[in-house]
Design a protein around this ligand. Structure first.
Ligand SMILES: NC(=O)c1ccc[n+]([C@@H]2O[C@H](COP(=O)([O-])OP(=O)(O)OC[C@H]3O[C@@H](n4cnc5c(N)ncnc54)[C@H](OP(=O)(O)O)[C@@H]3O)[C@@H](O)[C@H]2O)c1
Length: 288
């Protein structure tokens, strides 16, 4: 019997990865959901998954949560800037608990990516490499769902703003990344580096055209400089540090940093990836 654990299990990717493990015939009783807030974990407990509580800030609790774990899906923390000390705790705890394998959700081409977001991922990859643990790197590209946040305003105003110039991106749905993570967690034996991205190559003009097609309202793409786009995001109520990260990521899109020809995602899925249009159509329906 193999015992699996998933951190960030109350988040989008973690919860979908647990669903995917169960769909791929892992018994719920063999899955441990590591959460920081047990109040959010009712659905997981109802599904028959064991829930253990540990914050990434608490190395001792993490070690207890990882007791008996053979294969750990380590979902990167969402607090940008805090991730290195948090991830150090997760990795130290995994070593102490003698976890058999760690699969970590990194970023596409973390070793060469110009994105500001990549620095913490690359540092985490190095910590994992130095830990001596068998490691699988799940280098995720952009979620298609990232564009759902800007869709309502773009559809209402007729303009999608960004700073990606005419760069292309190969996004994939979060559920597909989660299912690929589950497949890798089940089958990989350590040492693999998966560059995960969708099969489509979309410019922001293409994304605006998808918004047009799905909504029936014309949307065009308006490119801004990185600093003007960051300022526009702040004007729309996004905190400045996060606005800077988003504008910097778009600048990375301009140079192809989130584009990829890798087939690792569909190879792990064993089926076609979910198309961008389907994510938008579903997202706009469920998030009016
Ligand atoms: N590739 C992309 O386009 C993209 C987009 C968004 C995010 N990401 C990254 O991918 C990760 C997973 O994505 P997601 O959609 O699942 O994000 P999410 O829904 O925000 O989930 C993040 C998970 O991490 C947990 N977490 C955060 N800080 C923690 C801490 N200090 N201790 C313990 N758990 C902690 C959260 O717990 P709570 O449920 O209690 O909040 C949540 O379960 C994110 O954390 C982020 O690093 C990537």
């Amino acid at each position: 019997m193999t015992t699996y654990a998933v951190t960030g299990a109350t988040g989008g990717l973690g919860s979908e990865a647990i669903d995917a493990l169960i769909r791929r015939s892992v018994a719920p009783a063999d899955i441990i959901a590591v959460v920081r807030d047990v109040k959010k974990a009712d659905d997981l407990a109802r599904a028959g998954v064991e829930v253990r509580v540990a914050d990434y800030a608490d190395r001792v609790a993490l070690e207890a949560a990882f007791a008996g774990v053979d294969r750990l899906l380590f979902v990167s923390g969402s607090e940008v800037g805090q991730r290195l000390p948090q991830h150090t705790n997760v990795i130290d705890a995994a070593v102490s608990a003698r976890v058999g394998l760690v699969a970590y959700t990194s970023i596409l081409r973390a070793d060469t990516s110009p994105l500001a977001l990549a620095a913490e991922h690359l540092a985490t990859e190095k910590l994992l490499s130095d830990s001596g643990l068998p490691v699988v790197l799940l280098r995720n590209g952009w979620y298609s769902e990232n564009y759902l946040q800007s869709a309502p305003a773009a559809i209402e105003s007729g303009v999608l703003y960004g700073s990606a110039r005419d760069g292309e991106i190969a996004p994939a749905s979060r559920a597909d990344y989660a299912e690929a993570a589950a497949a890798a967690l089940i089958s990989a034996d350590g040492g693999q580096v998966f560059e995960l991205a969708g099969p489509q190559h979309l410019s922001y003009a293409d994304i605006a055209a998808t918004f047009t097609e799905v909504s029936g309202s014309p949307v065009r793409y308006q490119d801004l400089s990185e600093s003007d786009y960051a300022a526009a995001l702040v004007g729309a109520g996004i905190p400045a540090p996060f606005a800077d990260i988003l504008a910097n990521s778009d600048a990375g899109v301009a140079t192809g940093a989130l584009d990829s020809d890798s087939t690792d995602l569909v190879d792990l899925l064993g089926r076609p990836a979910t198309g961008f249009r389907d994510v938008v159509r579903h997202g706009i329906v469920v998030r009016p």
